[in-house]
Write a protein that binds this ligand. Structure first.
Ligand SMILES: [Zn+2]
Length: 235
């Protein structure tokens, strides 16, 4: 598991047990995106609102028992536009948004949507489920390998392939689940997921590849629209 000690220049926001996010060092920074200027204070507001709602949703669903979110920004200029999640030393969820990611959003709703999506992966227990899928798939491929008389290195290679297929097949379903719950978290946090999901219009479409890690953008937009409709939101 990736540890956070080697992150460069992080602004650390910690969710305490009362569910209030506090700033650890009050680092000050400001980034310009094309249409929207994000500084430490704006980031703090958005992450506090999304972090609080993600925590509430996490406690409500009770699929995992670690619900105190920390949202960090990685100001490393070499990191590509990305947001991801990990766990800290106390097993609490951490969402990391890179500088390039912040520079690629056009409004607070898009940033909130990205954070909501990442938080949803944790609330839904995707990390644990992903490694379970990998193990199950590796077992099946192991049996297949034995049937074909494989042994030693060949068998190991087959197991490894099985684990990879197990992860990849489920990863697209996980993305859509995270988009659905992310839409709800974004809405509850006071942002508009329909505006936030416009982000998909600008990122490259991975298409529908069997072993691709992300579903086609159209499928992701579709699930956001359906969920927003259930929330009573209209475009
Ligand atoms: Zn995702």
């Amino acid at each position: 598991m990736r540890r956070l000690t080697f992150l460069l220049f992080p602004l650390v926001l910690t969710a305490c047990s009362a569910g209030v996010l506090r700033v650890q060092p009050a680092a000050e920074w400001s980034l310009d995106s094309d249409a929207f200027q994000v500084d430490a204070a704006a980031f703090r507001d958005i992450s506090r609102q999304v972090g609080d709602e993600a925590r509430a949703e996490c406690l409500r669903q009770a699929k995992v028992n670690n619900c105190d979110f920390t949202i960090l920004v990685d100001l490393n200029p070499r990191a590509s536009a990305n947001a991801f999640q990990t766990l800290d030393e106390d097993d609490q969820p951490v969402i990391i948004v890179t500088r390039a990611m912040i520079q690629s959003v056009q409004n607070p709703d898009e940033l909130a949507f990205v954070m909501g999506h990442e938080a949803a992966h944790h609330v839904l227990g995707h990390i644990a489920r992903q490694s379970e899928n990998a193990q199950e798939s590796a077992v099946i491929f192991n049996e297949l390998g034995k049937l074909h008389g494989e042994g030693g290195e060949d068998l190991e290679r087959t197991q490894k392939l099985g684990a990879e297929v197990g992860v990849q097949v489920n990863v697209k379903a996980f993305e859509l689940e995270a988009d659905q719950l992310g839409t709800i978290i974004t809405h509850n946090a006071g942002y508009n997921p329909l505006v936030g999901a416009k982000y998909f219009d600008r990122i490259p479409d991975p298409g529908d590849q069997f072993l691709g890690t992300h579903p086609p953008n159209a499928a992701r937009v579709q699930i956001v629209l359906e969920t927003a409709k259930q929330l009573g939101l209209t475009q």
